[in-house]
Design a protein around this ligand. Structure first.
Ligand SMILES: CC(C)(COP(=O)(O)OP(=O)(O)OC[C@H]1O[C@@H](n2cnc3c(N)ncnc32)[C@H](O)[C@@H]1OP(=O)(O)O)[C@@H](O)C(=O)NCCC(=O)NCCS
Length: 166
């Protein structure tokens, strides 16, 4: 059989016609697979910076965990409100808090947030606090879950499935 399409162009169209159902199936399955692959979430972004002041220290003279957790909760709430474009949210869950290293008086730290998952009524974010200049980590929290609430403080769908560049 002569396989030179330049000599017999009709052969080329015959083959295309024969294999068209396979090509269609391949195209459909590629689209299906691409839709099933989880969307890439942007990398962690660092927003607020804090100067460690005397009132932020514990009895040992290093950064007090309670202060930094309050900063994280506020930063995460602001981040989530910007992600959802909705203000009525509540902190539902926080995973283990890893106090990786300490910070001292006069240090400047920065707080990073990253979207990890969108649920129906919830959104999960990851947090890292680090030294501004050395970038040495201070605290890591892998999972902070917020829930979107209705006017009666009951969970209600937020309708968001993709991260916002906020
Ligand atoms: C937020 C609150 C209304 C949620 O009520 P609930 O009955 O637990 O809600 P549901 O069981 O319907 O879960 C709501 C969402 O949270 C998620 N969720 C619930 N418990 C969770 C947990 N332990 N870990 C992770 N996600 C959780 C659910 O998966 C669901 O997400 P989805 O809709 O995206 O799938 C209620 O727990 C509450 O009022 N808590 C106090 C919140 C508060 O005061 N926070 C301030 C800081 S203390």
């Amino acid at each position: 059989m002569n396989r030179n399409f330049r000599n017999q162009p009709s052969d080329f169209f015959k083959i295309c016609y024969t294999y068209k159902p396979c090509l269609d199936a391949l195209q459909i399955s590629t689209i299906y697979i691409l839709n099933k692959v989880p969307k890439q979430f942007p990398e962690m972004r660092f927003f607020s910076r804090k100067l460690i002041k005397p009132e932020d220290l514990n009895a040992h003279g290093t950064l007090f965990g309670g202060s930094v957790l309050a900063w994280i909760d506020e930063e995460a709430a602001i981040y989530v409100i910007c992600q959802l474009g909705k203000g009525n949210i509540a902190t539902k869950f926080m995973s283990e808090i890893d106090f990786v290293s300490s910070a001292k008086l006069g240090d400047i730290i920065e707080i990073g947030m990253q979207t990890v998952a969108f649920g129906k009524t919830s959104i999960t974010v990851r947090c890292e606090v680090r030294h501004k200049f050395t970038q040495k980590p201070i605290i890591r929290i892998d999972k902070i879950v917020f829930v979107h609430l209705d006017d009666e403080s009951k969970p209600t769908p937020h309708g968001i499935s993709e991260p916002a560049n906020e």
